[in-house]
Write a protein that binds this ligand. Structure first.
Ligand code: F6R
Length: 628
């Protein structure tokens, strides 16, 4: 069987892996353009099924570009959106109606009458009729020709949460807890996320003639693999696409990582045994058989489809020792390099010493969460460590924290003796409280509120950095403009961002850089920050410092690095882990995922232990970033 056929035997939905979301969006938009133009020539309409969320944003941007630069007209296009939050009016900033206007409809020439989105405000006793009419309208338009889909962490398409049946139609649904958690940042807190939505059903979606599900970033990888390779099940509504004659997945490399052909390529066909693939296979073999690397035998490799590797690099005894040594050499208590020591087998070079180290944190908590103990060690070992918060992170801070601050300020003015001198502070506090009240629970933060919330987070980072022995003068707040002007899922970076970052790099000329976001959804804050950093480094690549700087990636909100992906493992003692947890406690706004970072550090250690390496309490992990 050819490689493709073997892959297909695992993948029950045709799946195209693109190098990045931009390339996928371009290809899909070109396909839609061709369809629209072909129908226009015939004097016919096209019916498009639209999705919201982060995923379709690059696709919509490309459609807008095609309209503006290549004259693509949407006059013959009718659209039906998949879903809408129940309880939000169409002008609520987080409603999907508002999202669609901002992201596409306001920028193209589609007739307003051709746009259909379920209503979020239809009274409870009319929901059923409204949903039935939505179905009828789709049929009356001739059915959906081209349906765009995203996939949620529950495996939902539209808002068809686990349990949705294959034949379900448009209806009101209760949102899953995971879905509400994922929307928490948009709504400034999980408590503000609506509990219900109106969504097209699985059956409605499957009536579409052509279905394309897009997914970007590693956080989608697990669900993509389950939907594409697993059984068809109500527990993952995207898996129903397996039953459709013209459905496909268009994903980026990050979202492809759990597919068998990517994760276990030797099961699918011949593999080019690069050092990384070899390490992957050996670690997989060890975990699968529950044996440390040094106890794997030729039989283990042969029985699990790795005879190829064995004949190229075996026998097992030698292969095991080689990989064991490689893994062993990733472990270092000297993340900045050990001065005056042979560094042949160390992850980081010994010279120069001390190093100028820049630790980039997309939002002010990311770096401490992922590498607080490594930061502490770098400082302890004499390096000049600077934490750079790339954005203010103001959108993470809830109204109640701003309210608490203003309330305290007012109270303070009431108890200090020299109260006339506090008049301006009192006026400030009053204004903050008034603006909070005026905007209401879901309203947009005013610049004054954003500034205050940013300052609250600044204080938290300073505090947490201090707990890692980084002084206030070594914490930089860059406040990249893209963040200040946007909202989650709708950020747009510009040259101004690259310029700010480039001049910071030129000012500090780092020997070592830590960053994150390479595996993230490209529209997330860390995804955008990573791209910006890549561009800035490219702009400086001819400068001497840039050519020799070592670059390390850490994982923030994304899946932790797997054992074979780790190039540097910094072990933590129980005391160090405790200190890290203390540093994290300085933040008032960490998500449950972020708070569980010490636990994930412990898991890294238990993976290394299982591979037969020394048993540590916890480990922070890094991957070498191949040069841009
Ligand atoms: C939105 C929708 C959802 C999203 C999914 C992924 O209209 O139907 O199924 O596509 O929740 O959301 P993002 O793209 O924000 O990761």
């Amino acid at each position: 069987m050819s490689r493709r056929t073997l892959a297909e035997s695992y993948e029950k939905i045709p799946t195209h892996i693109f190098p990045n979301s931009g390339a996928a969006a371009k290809a899909l938009a070109a396909e839609v353009k061709a369809l629209i133009e072909e129908r226009a020539k015939e004097g016919k309409n096209v019916v498009l099924g639209m999705a919201t969320g982060s995923t379709p944003v690059p696709f919509y941007r490309e459609l807008i570009r095609l309209h503006k630069e290549e004259g693509l007209s949407f006059k013959n296009v009718i659209t039906f959106n998949l879903d809408e939050y129940y309880g939000l009016t169409g002008d609520h900033p987080e409603s999907y109606a508002c999202f669609m206007r901002e992201q596409i409809f306001d920028h193209i020439d589609i007739p307003k009458a051709n746009i259909n989105i379920p209503s979020g405000t239809v009274p409870g006793d009319q929901v059923f009729a409204h949903c039935r009419e939505y179905e009828e309208k789709i049929d009356a338009a001739g059915g959906i020709d081209f349906q765009i889909l995203g996939i949620g962490r529950t495996g939902h398409i539209g808002f068809n949460e686990p349990g949705s049946s294959r034949d379900s139609l448009t209806r009101r649904i209760t949102l899953d807890r995971v879905t509400r958690q994922d929307a928490a940042a948009d709504f400034r807190g999980e408590e503000n996320v609506p509990h219900f939505a109106i969504t097209m059903g699985v059956g409605t979606i499957l009536r579409g003639k052509k279905l394309v599900l897009m997914a970007w970033g590693e956080n989608k990888a697990e669900m993509v693999a389950k939907a594409v390779e697993g059984p068809v099940t109500e527990a993952i509504s995207a898996s129903f696409l397996q039953d459709h004659p013209d459905a496909r997945f268009c994903i980026d490399e990050g979202a492809s990582r759990e597919l068998t052909r990517v994760k276990l390529p030797w099961l699918v066909g011949p593999v080019s045994w690069t050092p990384r693939e070899t390490r992957r296979a050996v670690c997989w073999q060890a975990f699968k058989t529950n044996r440390p690397v040094l106890k794997l035998t030729d039989e283990h490799y042969n029985e699990h489809g790795l005879s190829d590797l064995l004949s190229e690099q075996g026998p097992a005894y030698q292969l095991n020792i080689r990989i064991f040594n490689q893994l062993q050499h990733t472990i270092t208590g000297w993340p900045g390099g050990k001065p005056n020591e042979d560094d042949t087998y160390r992850p980081e070079r010994a010279t120069p010493y001390p190093k100028r180290v820049l630790v980039f944190s997309p939002e002010p908590q990311d770096a401490i969460v992922a590498m607080g103990s490594t930061i502490e060690r770098l400082v302890e070992q004499g390096h000049d460590v600077r934490i750079v918060a790339l954005t203010s992170g103001s959108l993470r801070i809830s109204d109640s924290e701003a309210d608490k601050f203003a309330g305290t300020l007012q109270e303070l003015a009431g108890v200090v003796e020299d109260s006339p001198a506090w008049q301006s502070q009192v006026a400030y506090a009053r204004e903050v409280l008034k603006q909070l009240e005026d905007k209401g629970e879901f309203g947009e933060d005013t610049p004054m509120l954003r500034q205050l919330k940013g300052l609250i987070l600044r204080g938290e980072l300073r505090d947490a950095a201090h707990a890692c022995n980084v002084g206030t003068d070594h914490v930089t707040f860059l406040g990249l403009p893209f963040y200040e002007q946007g909202r989650y899922r709708r950020f747009k970076s510009t040259e101004a961002d690259i310029e700010a970052l480039t001049s910071l790099l030129r000012e500090h000329k780092p020997h070592q850089i830590y960053a994150t976001g390479d595996a993230a959804d490209p529209s997330s804050v860390s995804g955008i920050c990573f791209k910006l950093l890549e561009s800035s480094l490219k702009a400086c690549h001819k400068e001497e410092w840039a050519g020799s700087a070592s670059l390390w990636l850490y994982r923030g909100k994304e899946k932790p690095l797997a054992a074979h992906e780790i190039d540097m493992a910094v072990p933590l003692s129980p005391m160090q882990l405790e200190r890290k947890a203390r540093a994290l406690s300085r933040y008032g706004s960490l998500s449950s995922l972020e708070l569980s970072s010490p636990e994930s550090n412990r898991q890294n250690a238990s993976h290394y232990d299982a591979l037969g390496l020394a048993e540590y309490e916890a480990i922070e992990t890094f991957q070498r970033w191949s040069r841009v």
